[in-house]
Each structure stands twice: as C-alpha cells, then as structure tokens.
Design a binder for this molecule. Structure first.
Ligand code: MF3
Ligand code: CO
Length: 282
C-alpha cells in the first residue's frame, strides 16, 4: 500500500466525446428499461433486454464478467442496496428496484443507476427514499461544478441528506463512486459523505461516477453468500442513483443524462457544458 494517491486519468475533449456517446447510449438503455418496469416482469427479463440493446448498438456491457459478475445489470430490489443479481422472481406492485448498468464504446466506459417504484409506492417513506436519493445525486453533481477538491462532493451529499431526511435515511457506508474512463473503476474514490481526505483537485478532463446509496433507518448491511448482493439488515429498503460526469473547460457535462444535465443543473444555478454530441451531429 502506498501513501501516495493513485494517479487520476484526465481525458482529452476527443475522449470525452466518446465517453458522451457511451453515456448517451446508456441513457437510452435506461429509458427503455423504465418503459418495461411493471408488476410481473422479472429482473432476468430486464437484464436480457439491456444486454441485447447494448449488443445491437455495437457496444459492450462492462459489468458482465467484471470480477466474475454474471449479468449485464445489477438489479437491486427492496432491501437489496446494490449489486443484486437478476433472477426469475416477478416484480410486484410497490417494489423498489434499482437498475445499475454500464457499457463500453471504443474502449470508453459509462456507468449509471436509477431507482424506480414498481406501480404505486407502498408508503410516503418509499417515495421519499427514491426522491431524496435522486436529489442527492444531483446535489453532488452540482457541487462538483464549483468544487476545488473531489471531497466537496461527499460533503454536499452528506449535508443534503441530513437536511432532507434527518435520521430517517442512512448512507451505505464503505461504498461510493469512482473515477471512470478507460476502465469502469478508477481513482479517485468519490464518497457520499465527509472523509479525512480532501481528494484530488478538480480540473478539466476529470471524469467521475457519482452514486449515492441510501437505506431507510439504520445503515446496517451484509454481503450475501453469492459475494455480490449487498442487503440492508435493519428492515429498511434502499435506493441508488448514479451518473457519469465530465469536468470540461466549458463546465460540467453529465455524460449519462439525455440532455447532458442541462435541466437539472439549471435548477441548481449551474450552466452545463454544451453537449459535444449535439455539436458533432451538426
Ligand atoms: N456500477 C457499479 C458501481 O460502480 C459496478 C457494479 S459491479 C459489477 O458501483 F460487477 F456489477 F460490475
Ligand atoms: Co459506479
């Protein structure tokens, strides 16, 4: 182990354009999946749909085979927080399902997660869990727009969640986001709460996956015997929201958002970078 932080891979504008293509396809996969979620659908069916759409587009799923992971998506239902393996159990009305996926185009990775309620939420607490997790993600992304150091993202997410939820939601401790680019997981770590590290400097070319993971009530969890499934053990349900984001000379670009993040960032007083895909299309 070294006391020196691992080197951060800074991307050129040309590389960020390819990462945007990767992220835009992943956005379309998430849109397709959102249309398919309903009671009776199995998580294996969702996984197959995502796999086929990614392959048909000429891209490669990056989760499949990663450290032996057996599927294209992580599908985490109810008390499963992250890294749930798809199976043949039909989704039921009121289930909370987190869909996490990623893909590679021309060697460049994207990674994004959304949490959905199947049908109608079972309770106000479930609806709030999903809303606050998504807002926590956008709060973290907006913080990156003005941050000098990566650690400011976690500080902003921690403060937002404490304000919005008090003790009613806990962070999944020990998990966080990461650098992303020519590999899915790169330096630096991007935690969802304050740590002792200020993190590396924020500068153009930095690409991060930001991904708050929240649990109702206490944050206790176990890793199941399959060595993947992370399950909350204090009775609460969980949610997960993730985007891959690029810092550019022109500002922030949310690589895995349909509009590059323009609308959600504007709500938070941040002007998103122009979308290089829109420019490339002419
Ligand atoms: N998107 C996940 C993350 O970075 C990666 C899932 S692990 C895998 O948090 F094995 F499924 F790829
Ligand atoms: Co990730």
């Amino acid at each position: 182990m070294s006391i020196l932080p691992e080197r951060v891979e800074l991307k050129t504008p040309e590389q960020i354009l390819v990462m945007r293509r990767s992220g835009q396809l992943l956005h379309r996969v998430h849109e397709m999946l959102a249309e398919q979620i309903r009671p009776g659908v199995t998580t294996n069916q969702l996984d197959t749909l995502a796999h086929d759409m990614i392959r048909d587009a000429g891209a490669t799923p990056n989760f499949l085979g990663y450290q032996g992971y057996p599927a294209t998506l992580c599908l985490s239902v109810n008390d499963v927080v992250v890294h749930g393996i798809p199976d043949d159990r039909p989704l039921q009305d009121g289930d909370i399902v987190s869909i996490d996926g990623g893909l590679i185009i021309d060697g460049w990775h994207s990674d994004a997660a959304r949490t959905h309620v199947v049908g109608e939420p079972r309770s106000v607490a479930d609806a709030e869990l999903v809303r606050i997790t998504r807002e926590a993600l956008w709060t973290g992304i907006a913080a990156l727009a003005t941050a000098a150091r990566v650690g400011e993202i976690g500080a902003a997410i921690e403060d937002f969640v404490a304000d919005a939820a008090g003790e009613s939601l806990s962070h999944l401790e020990g998990f966080g986001g990461h650098g992303i680019g020519s590999a899915m997981h790169q330096a630096p770590d991007v935690m969802n709460y304050r740590t002792r590290s200020r993190g590396p400097r924020v500068r153009p070319g930095l690409c991060l996956a930001i991904e708050p993971m929240l649990i109702q009530g206490p944050g206790n969890w176990v890793l199941e015997d399959d060595d993947w499934t992370v399950r909350a053990t204090a009775g609460g349900r969980a949610a997960h929201s993730e985007h891959s984001v690029a810092v550019t000379e022109q500002g922030l670009l949310v690589l895995t958002a349909g509009d590059g993040g323009a609308a959600e960032l504007a709500l938070r007083g941040v002007v998103a970078a122009p979308d290089p895909l829109a420019d490339a299309a002419g």
